[in-house]
Design a protein around this ligand. Structure first.
Ligand SMILES: Nc1ncnc2c1ncn2[C@@H]1O[C@H](COP(=O)(O)OP(=O)(O)O)[C@@H](O)[C@H]1O
Ligand SMILES: [Mg+2]
Length: 362
């Protein structure tokens, strides 16, 4: 190669290597031919673990099992699913964690051989931002509805309360007086509930201090100790390290309380509640709250984060616990996911970005 050609080649290599998007090239057999630095970072494999190996290892199943046949079929029929089109796919990081990606594949030739070039963009941050926007919108509409309801219901409730009290004072039979009191008590329950709704739906001022996750979880568990014990629920705590997140302690505790109460509700005949905290400086903090309760039907799984969705009896469930919990998690730049199997149990997994205390590293 002459100097000029070499310079051009070096320049192109430098451009590809420094691109923000991941670039992976594969041959007609699906073997990885080259990767750039961004692709290495997206997948967490080293260059040696990628080049010369099958691209299938970067895909979750079942896509990885179908991929070889797919390339073969494409080369025969030219019917493309991604090639020349581009779309959202799931990738698989080293260790098995899935990562949402936008993938655009183009087909080219090099030395007479087919070469596919995949350009990949990590959509994780975008997805988190979208989810946060959606939750904020839901919460905004929720507070509008609640404010309306609170007003429309609150006014007649106060009238009922006033008359019930007057009635009680005018009655002489203790039984009748007691009946009037029950009316007042029940009306107060409704007005309290309205107040709670207003409190949770009202936008909160953000507080940001370093919060020790395990300590907050313990505090929340302590709060329910009696309830858990009387239900014969065994608590299994698995804390690795003592990670901190930046945020609002009270709201984080509120979120844990919601998840713990749901887990307890799912185990009326006892069971095991496993809470774990794990942190790595690279991946951040993982928290899971897992129960051995009755689980969630697949049809319901997609709805549990909707406002007012509840499977509980009237007076027992508001259908707001998870809405509020999710918005708290998102406000802490975190994510919340759920897995469940009917009659086996449910696991909520939370993930927060790592927070490194400046004084610790200094
Ligand atoms: N750990 C769990 N096990 C089984 N079902 C659950 C669990 N957590 C939440 N759910 C389901 O999600 C629904 C919504 O939960 P939530 O928003 O906290 O409202 P609520 O608890 O008032 O019903 C619950 O009614 C229940 O059907
Ligand atoms: Mg709940």
């Amino acid at each position: 190669m002459d100097t000029e050609a070499r310079q051009t080649a070096d320049r192109l290599a430098a451009i590809l290597e420094s691109a923000v998007d991941g670039i992976v090239t594969i041959d007609a057999k699906g073997m990885i031919d080259s990767v750039n630095q961004a692709a290495i970072e997206i997948f967490g494999f080293s260059r040696d673990e990628l080049v010369g190996r099958s691209v299938n290892q970067l895909m979750p199943s079942p896509a990885c099992d179908e991929h070889d046949a797919y390339i073969e079929n494409y080369l025969k029929t030219r019917k493309a699913k991604v090639i020349g089109i581009g779309r959202e796919v799931l990738g698989c990081r080293k260790g098995g964690m899935e990562v949402p990606l936008y993938l655009a594949v183009s087909e080219g030739r090099h030395n007479g051989e087919v070469l596919f070039t995949g350009i990949l963009r990590d959509l994780t941050d975008l997805h988190v931002a979208e989810e946060r926007a959606r939750a904020a919108e839901q919460l905004a509409s929720l507070s509008l509805i609640t404010a309306g309801i609170a007003h429309d219901i609150g006014t007649p409730m106060n009238v009922i309360l006033g008359y019930a009290d007057m009635l009680r004072d005018s009655l002489s039979d203790p039984k009748d007086r007691r009946r009037a009191e029950v009316i007042s008590e029940q009306v107060r329950r409704v007005t309290d509930l309205l107040q709670t709704l207003l409190n949770i739906a009202r936008p909160q001022k953000p507080v940001s201090v370093s919060v020790r996750v395990a300590e907050v979880l313990d505090h929340a568990l302590e709060f329910f100790r009696e309830k858990l014990r009387s239900r014969q629920i065994v608590v299994d705590r698995r804390y690795e390290g003592d990670p901190e997140v930046l945020g609002d302690r009270d709201r984080l505790e509120q979120m844990f309380l919601n998840l713990i109460v749901n887990a307890a509700d799912a185990m009326p005949k006892g069971g095991r509640l496993t809470v774990s905290v794990e942190s790595t400086s690279k991946d951040g903090i993982h928290i899971s709250i897992e129960d051995t309760g009755y689980g969630i039907e697949p049809e319901a799984l997609g709805r549990i984060f909707e406002p007012f969705y509840t499977s509980k009896d009237r007076g027992e469930g508001t259908g707001l616990g998870l809405v509020v919990s999710r918005s708290i998690v998102l406000d802490h730049r975190g994510t919340i996911e759920v897995e469940s199997e009917v009659r086996k149990g449910t696991r909520f997994t939370l993930h927060f970005p790592a927070f490194e205390r400046a004084s610790r590293t200094a």
